[in-house]
Design a protein around this ligand. Structure first.
Ligand code: PRT
Ligand code: MG
Length: 212
């Protein structure tokens, strides 16, 4: 049995064409079903639905043989024990620093002010500001980062941006682009050895279907 860990929503949707290239069709709709284990047209392949941030953990400990996770999630997880053979070029976005539209970020940086930064991505944020030689106080949040500058919780946020509509709707502006983000295929290293005959052709099929 091959178990593939996916998160509901954009990662699930955007992984479907790659699965199709490997001849795999998920036979139940996760938005309609309450099942957490979804069967496929291949009796020896199943999909488990987990939170996006839990995908690397499932694969690391062998709860799943493979999974699809955002670079953001992998950088925070650390990638220990994971083989990352492919950038699938899906669920693309960027990680950015954003502030309230009326906040003069450039001046604050120039003056060396100690900024409060709220984010779910503390590892990436710490590295980014350390590289710039900036002193920041990081505040860990688990969601709705956009609210932090609006309520005075923080001066800035580090968050993912795709269309920019969420920032705009909350009167925030992007002031720094930290990195581009896409999702990767992650494989359990032991599974790759033990189930190589099944996994290798799937990985190759995914590779052949990656859109530029
Ligand atoms: O939503 P949930 O709390 O369950 O978990 P999650 O947010 O970790 O999962 P999900 O499915 O939303 O995201 C999975 C992966 O998709 C992330 O790890 C990213 O790699 C990738 N991805 C791509 C995004 C976005 N685009 C994105 N726009 N993840 C989140 N967003 C959010 C962003 O955080 C912000 O709140 O969408 C909002 C901004 O979108 P725009 O279009 O308004 O700019
Ligand atoms: Mg989300």
């Amino acid at each position: 049995m091959i178990t593939l860990a996916l998160s509901k929503g954009r990662i699930f949707e955007e992984t479907l064409p790659l699965l199709a290239a490997a001849g795999i069709t998920v036979t139940e709709d996760p938005e309609k079903s309450r099942k957490l284990i979804l069967p496929t047209n291949q009796p020896d392949v199943r999909v488990v639905l987990v939170r996006a941030t839990d995908v690397p953990t499932y694969v690391q400990y062998g709860g799943a043989d493979m999974g699809v996770a955002g670079k953001d999630v992998l950088l925070e997880h650390g990638g220990v024990g994971l083989y990352q053979p492919l950038d699938l070029n899906i669920a693309k976005c960027r990680m950015s620093v954003a502030v309230r539209a009326d906040f003069d970020y450039a001046a604050a940086v120039h003056q060396g002010s100690r900024l409060r930064v709220a984010t779910k991505y503390t590892h990436v944020a710490r590295q980014h500001f350390a590289d710039k030689g900036m002193h920041v106080d990081l505040i860990k949040l688990y969601g709705s980062m956009e609210l932090a500058p609006l309520t005075g919780l923080a001066d800035a946020i580090v968050d993912l941006v795709s269309t920019g509509k969420t920032l705009k709707a909350n009167n925030l502006v992007e002031v720094e682009h930290i990195m581009d983000i896409s999702s990767r295929l992650v494989v359990n290293q032991a599974a790759l050895k033990l189930k190589r005959a099944q996994l290798r052709p799937m990985i190759d099929a995914f590779a052949s279907a990656i859109q530029p």
